[in-house]
Design a binder for this molecule. Structure first.
Ligand code: SF4
Length: 331
């Protein structure tokens, strides 16, 4: 008996409603679906959670390392940034190139994404969808099930690998139809609010731009990760202080103490600070006064702050900085 070849697709999953829904829709149409979660190395915190959600929705997800070239992509996006420093079009192209490689290597028939026409102002208008498809090298092989009927038929639809009539014509920012569909497919209960991409955060964008300005546009992965942690203060052209906002950030900051100065109040609860830059001496007292602003001490009271430079400890005594002065330094 001539066995019919199983149709296989690789689906790009982000953990959000649209990508999970698209994957389940395609799977329910009899396609063998292989889900991938792209890991840039900059936001891996959620990967395990997303894989668990995928499993609950009946999808096996593989984490695909796409970190190579990603920092450079953030620094020099060909298609520019969104409202913060989110290079969404370049980012989609980067992820889809990785999906295309996997498709070709493993013999999948096409790639699926949860993109919805007109949902995101930067990356999901019609022209952006075409750019992403062409630049990723996936022309005709990229299926967006939620908006498929509003887009030219893909090779998979033309060849009858998937029934275009069973796909959708969703467009715009509302998620109403997707939520109804997810409820009907019994996957809605598994979804959890996504943390969002840090590159779309305007505060992060501000810290990123400040860093570039003061570092001769030299930035590496470690710097990008550090920009996600704590309150940031610019004390001078070359000196910056980061102050932890909670226990977990204090712990993270201590990992960056090598080569920097670490500060913490003595004898009273308070945050950890990391002071970095050139010729720190003139700003040590200022940094200590900021640390005390967030410590459990009186505004008028002089308090000791410990400085740790490469395991050499010293003490400086000062008072907390005033709110007005603090705000002038905040990045
Ligand atoms: S929101 Fe973030 S992860 Fe998503 S495409 Fe934009 S830059 Fe990439």
């Amino acid at each position: 008996m001539n066995k019919q070849k199983k149709v296989k697709a690789v689906t790009l999953v982000s953990g959000g409603l649209d990508s999970l829904l698209s994957s389940v829709i395609v799977k329910n149409l009899g396609i063998e679906v292989h889900g991938i979660l792209c890991s840039t190395g900059l936001s891996s915190e959620n990967s395990d959670k997303i894989c668990q959600i995928g499993t609950s929705c009946g999808l096996n997800l593989e984490i695909l390392d796409v970190s190579k070239g990603y920092v450079d992509l953030i620094l020099h996006p060909e298609f520019g940034y969104g409202t913060a420093i989110n290079p969404c079009i370049d980012c989609h192209i980067h992820f889809l190139r990785a999906a295309k490689n996997l498709m070709e290597k493993r013999g999948y028939d096409f790639v699926v994404t949860g993109e919805v026409l007109g949902q995101r102002p930067m990356s999901q208008h019609l022209q952006a969808l075409h750019i992403v498809e062409n630049e990723s090298g996936l022309s005709g092989r990229l299926l967006r099930p939620l908006s498929a009927k509003l887009l030219p038929p893909t090779v998979a639809e033309c060849e009858g690998l998937i029934d275009r009539n069973k796909l959708f014509d969703i467009q715009g920012r509302s998620r109403k139809r997707q939520i109804e569909m997810a409820k009907e497919l019994d996957i809605y209960k598994h979804l959890q609010p996504a943390g969002g991409c840090f590159l779309t955060d305007k505060n992060y964008g501000r810290k990123f731009r400040d860093f570039l300005e003061h570092s001769n546009h030299n930035i590496c992965k470690k710097d990008l990760l550090l920009l996600k942690i704590g309150r940031h203060f610019r004390l001078s052209e070359s000196i910056k202080l980061i102050v932890g906002r909670n226990e977990s950030e204090n712990t993270s900051l201590t990992k960056y103490k090598r080569g920097n100065t670490m500060l913490a109040a003595v004898d009273c609860p308070g945050p950890v600070g990391i002071l970095s830059g050139i010729d720190l001496t003139q700003n040590i007292e200022l940094a200590a006064s900021i640390i005390l602003r967030y410590a459990d001490t009186e505004e008028t009271e002089s308090t000791d702050v410990e400085l740790l430079i490469d395991s050499k400890s010293s003490i400086i005594t000062t008072k907390p900085i005033s709110n007005d002065k603090l705000e002038d330094l905040r990045i």
